[in-house]
Design a protein around this ligand. Structure first.
Ligand SMILES: [Zn+2]
Length: 582
């Protein structure tokens, strides 16, 4: 068990903005930071982080929590693991308890880091001469090798194995990390006589290696096996080095090979990353999504075109923008750069079309549009894909292309893809999360003054009064009433409303409070007193109208006007919208 005060110390000392920024670019807006939500698909930022309150909240999907729960969700850690990892980062000393022990992955990271040191030194050592020549022949000098910490695995069976032993790295960790192989006659190095590409996670920690044979050995490329810290389908080679550029450009260039990536970086395309010889996975896209759009490079041969179309499905389901950059037939990015230089690459990138447009053109080529069967095939397939475009504006854009290709009126396509007539404008965005969380049958007019009272109170606890407490007592919404009483209680006790206080609430309640706390101030900054007064009046008058109505009903009944009384009663209970009480 980690002592409670240590957990609080970690939560206080950790910068939630800094931690979340490792995953999502955040921009300061007013007192808070905002960015694209890492927990759901969105195009405009509704994810809000408050350094002061130490919490985050998404107005889109209602995800909420503090720095510890964020790390738990993003890294798949248990609570104590998350606390320990933050404690380490922010220098909070937690007494070690034998029961939990250190993170076993820590030993893997140590083994991998030591291995990277070994490979790096070997490249500049006497044994590394052949690898240096190899790299030079492929056009890579010391600068790019240094930027990516390239190394060399010497042509020996026990080079790294011996080095790690001397360094005090346990054999078990070296085997688990995949750099040493357990053999019948003893352990030996996995990578031999290869140029080594250290693979890092987004924080720059070494998680595995790729190795390219410098002679004719097979396989040409050898990767570390998957381990507790290395998952091939989730890893993007070069992400750590490219991250700042990707943020700056708002886009990432994706290739498949190590040397393609190095060539792009060498030629100034520093926002490039590589999958490890595999196609893009949903995990890759989710990692890239917060940073903007993707340029994927494809060979323009048929295989490359097919690969691009396969990728389209994935981009559509992740709601991500992708442009297909087609390189001349048979040329991989490395070769293309050597041939056409950075200017040629720049032109190819600028000419890249949105993947959906590329797909529609390919489809048009495949079917015979002069024949009715061809038209039908084109229409059916296009509609099937258009329906997967979630953004209405984009769907409309592609629909007009389909209409033009078929020589049809756009409205015919709109019918088929069920374009809504209005653009889906609903309640103001900031309240949407709260309203949705509370169920759509709740009338906005009913809870709005209640929400306002809570918001003002959260931002200005000094305004707390008995009148507010009375108003909270008559809140119509039971959940908001519960939260209101909790806030009132905290005000009375002088507790600050932040991550530690919110920790005592249930998830859903904490989400509502976070939403109220982090909502942008829209004009309410100037006169919180007035907003509070107006809302209190509305809430308290509601109670008064109810009392007055009841009095009238009673009087009517006493006087024998029973029919009129029951009519008024019915009408009152039905509420202003006539649909009954919530
Ligand atoms: Zn979200």
């Amino acid at each position: 068990m980690i002592p409670k005060e240590k957990i609080e110390e970690v939560r206080d000392r950790a910068s939630i903005v800094q931690v979340i920024s490792d995953y999502v670019p955040l921009i300061k807006r007013g007192q808070n930071h905002t960015g694209l939500c890492p927990f759901h698909s969105e195009k405009s930022p509704s994810f809000t982080v408050s350094e002061e309150k130490k919490i985050y909240y998404c107005f889109g999907c209602n995800a909420t929590g503090n720095v510890i729960t964020f790390i738990m969700k993003k890294e798949g850690l248990t609570f104590p693991e998350a606390v320990r990892s933050l404690a380490k980062r922010y220098g909070v000393v937690i007494p070690d308890v034998a029961k939990t022990g250190p993170d076993p992955r820590e030993l893997l990271y140590q083994a991998l880091k030591a291995s990277a040191e070994f490979f790096y030194k070997e490249l500049s050592g006497a044994d590394g001469a052949s690898a240096q020549v190899y790299l030079k022949n492929r056009g890579f000098d010391g600068e790019i090798a240094g930027r990516f910490n390239l190394g060399f695995a010497p042509n020996r069976w026990d080079g790294l194995t011996g080095f790690l032993k001397k360094k005090g790295i346990s054999t078990e960790a070296a085997i688990d990390a995949g750099v040493v192989i357990k053999g019948d006659k003893g352990n030996y190095d996995r990578f031999r006589n290869r140029v080594i590409f250290p693979i890092t996670d987004v924080k720059g920690r070494i998680i595995g290696f790729g190795g390219r044979a410098i002679d004719n050995s097979m396989p040409k490329y050898l990767n570390s096996p998957e381990s507790a810290v290395f998952k091939k389908g989730e890893t993007l080679y070069g992400f750590f080095q490219a991250k700042q550029s990707i943020i700056k450009e708002g886009s990432a260039i994706v290739v498949e090979g190590y040397f393609d990536l190095l060539a792009l970086h060498k030629n100034g395309f520093t926002n490039s990353i590589a999958t490890m010889g595999t196609a893009l996975t949903p995990q890759h896209l989710r990692a890239l999504k917060p940073y903007g759009s993707v340029y994927a490079l494809f060979d323009s041969d048929q295989a490359g075109r097919n690969a691009a179309i396969r990728g389209l499905q994935l981009f559509l389901s992740e709601e991500m923008a992708c442009r297909a950059v087609l390189l001349p037939q048979g040329k991989d990015p490395d070769e293309f750069l050597a041939l056409s230089g950075p200017d040629g690459m720049k032109k190819a990138i600028e000419a890249a079309e949105p993947l959906m447009e590329f797909f529609l053109k390919e489809l048009e080529k495949k079917v015979k549009l002069t024949a009715p069967e061809g038209k039908k095939k084109y229409f059916d397939t296009a509609v099937e894909y258009l329906l997967k475009v979630k953004n209405v504006a984009e769907r409309g854009h592609y629909a007009s292309i389909v209409a033009a290709t078929l020589g049809m009126a756009p409205s015919a396509i709109y019918d088929a893809i069920k374009m809504p007539l209005n653009g889906g404008f609903g309640p103001s965005k900031a309240f949407k999360g709260v309203l949705e969380a509370k169920g759509s049958n709740l009338k906005r007019g009913l809870i709005q003054p209640e929400l306002t009272v809570l918001r003002v109170l959260l931002k200005h606890p000094e305004l707390f009064s008995d009148k507010i407490e009375t108003a909270i007592e008559v809140f119509r919404d039971p959940a908001l009433k519960g939260i209101g009483l909790f806030i009132a209680d905290s005000c009375k006790k002088g507790l600050k409303m932040d991550a530690s206080t919110l920790g005592e609430l249930k998830d859903e309640e904490a989400g509502t409070v976070a939403a109220l706390l982090l909502r942008e101030d829209d004009g309410f900054v100037e006169s919180p007193e007035k907003m509070l007064e107006d809302s209190l009046k509305r809430i308290l008058n509601r109670g008064r109208i109810k009392e007055t109505t009841q009095e009238i009903i009673n009087k009517l009944e006493e006087s024998g006007w029973n029919e009129v009384a029951s009519l008024i009663k019915k009408r009152f209970e039905a509420g202003p919208s006539g649909k009954g009480k919530p």
